[in-house]
Design a protein around this ligand. Sequence first.
Ligand SMILES: NC(=O)c1ccc[n+]([C@@H]2O[C@H](COP(=O)([O-])OP(=O)(O)OC[C@H]3O[C@@H](n4cnc5c(N)ncnc54)[C@H](O)[C@@H]3O)[C@@H](O)[C@H]2O)c1
Ligand SMILES: [Zn+2]
Length: 379
Amino acid sequence: MVTVKAPAAYYNEPGLLKRSGEYIHTLGSHALIIGGHTALSITEEALQASLIAAGIRVEIKTFAGQCTVEEIGAYTAIAKQLQVDIIIAVGGGKVLDLSKAVAEDAGLPIVTIPTIPATCAAWSALTVLYDERGQAAGYRPLLRSPELVLADTDLLAQAPPRYLAAGIGDTLVKWYEFAVNLSGNAGSVALRSSVATARLALDILERHATAVYKEAGQPGYEPDAAFTEVTDAIIWLAGLVGSVQDGSVHAAIAHGLHDSLTRIEETHDRLHGEKVAFGLLTQWVLEGKSGVELERLASWLHELDLPITLDQLGITADVQPSATSIAEGLVLREGAAAQLDFAVTTEALQAAIIQANELGQTLSQRSLRPTLVQTIANA
Ligand SMILES: NC(=O)c1ccc[n+]([C@@H]2O[C@H](COP(=O)([O-])OP(=O)(O)OC[C@H]3O[C@@H](n4cnc5c(N)ncnc54)[C@H](O)[C@@H]3O)[C@@H](O)[C@H]2O)c1
Ligand SMILES: [Zn+2]
């Protein structure tokens, strides 16, 4: 059986927030807004004004910071107690994930308003769970994607560019994680659909991501067509890649390494897309890509300021034992290894992490040189 889950509507425009009531009022008249602290401070005024103007009563609760089963239960109880008829989620991936599960458990429609383009969580019918210590604790598939996704490109363009880079990392991984599963067979329609969508997202990122990332952080930056393509790739296309499922099992190595990295305390302030990026660099080594190709790809990650060394991930312990524990922590889904034409043993993974880290160090040192020369020249 194939299931395709996507939002009833996805909008991407500058200034959407100010008009959000026009889109939301047909879905509900008494809303619970769940938002991160920063996200609410940026959006609350415009969002509330637009909702109230559209005749929607508003309740607001600040997200406590972690998407755990307990927190989902707590916000569901709040939604029921307040007797709201719609949930509006505002913020990064964690608050959107929590709110989607809350809406499902409370039997309510949900609108997602991403305030950073760091993941496809605004779109997907999936909640990634953590425990209270911030370690990955599994995935909760949801029955539906959100009813409505409002991607306000003004809002997304104002976010610190680090989040954009993380979103780019988390999107380009889609192609590389899916493509390795295609070895030797054409795949089902579901797999081919995901691969084709992931390819389109990769094409957009290859074309625009670096320039958009460099420009987006500049003062007075206004989102243009390239920015919209890049954020569409991150939210919509990456979301669509995961929207189509036929029960077949894929090996998501970079994401598996991400999950393993979440068990290392020092990586906790690194973003999802940042950990995935290092996981992807490791996967490229494991796949046996040529030195030239590895250098090209790692340089791209480096240009986006994504981590390409363990140190950049926050891991300061010795490389060898760190690589061993990350490698040992990778759990592939049952049957996934059979799809691959390269081996994923703990030893091979450990060696790949060490090689990725060495390549990352070399590239980082090389790109430091102009700065050093500059510093000496200016001394
Ligand atoms: N459901 C899915 O399909 C899916 C996909 C990928 C990742 N995820 C999950 O999403 C989470 C990662 O999401 P994330 O990377 O967005 O991190 P996040 O949700 O932790 O947000 C990162 C930070 O951004 C801040 N923030 C939000 N809006 C801001 C703004 N406009 N300006 C400045 N700061 C702002 C938040 O306060 C937060 O501290 C993880 O839990 C991950 O597992 C889910
Ligand atoms: Zn991801």
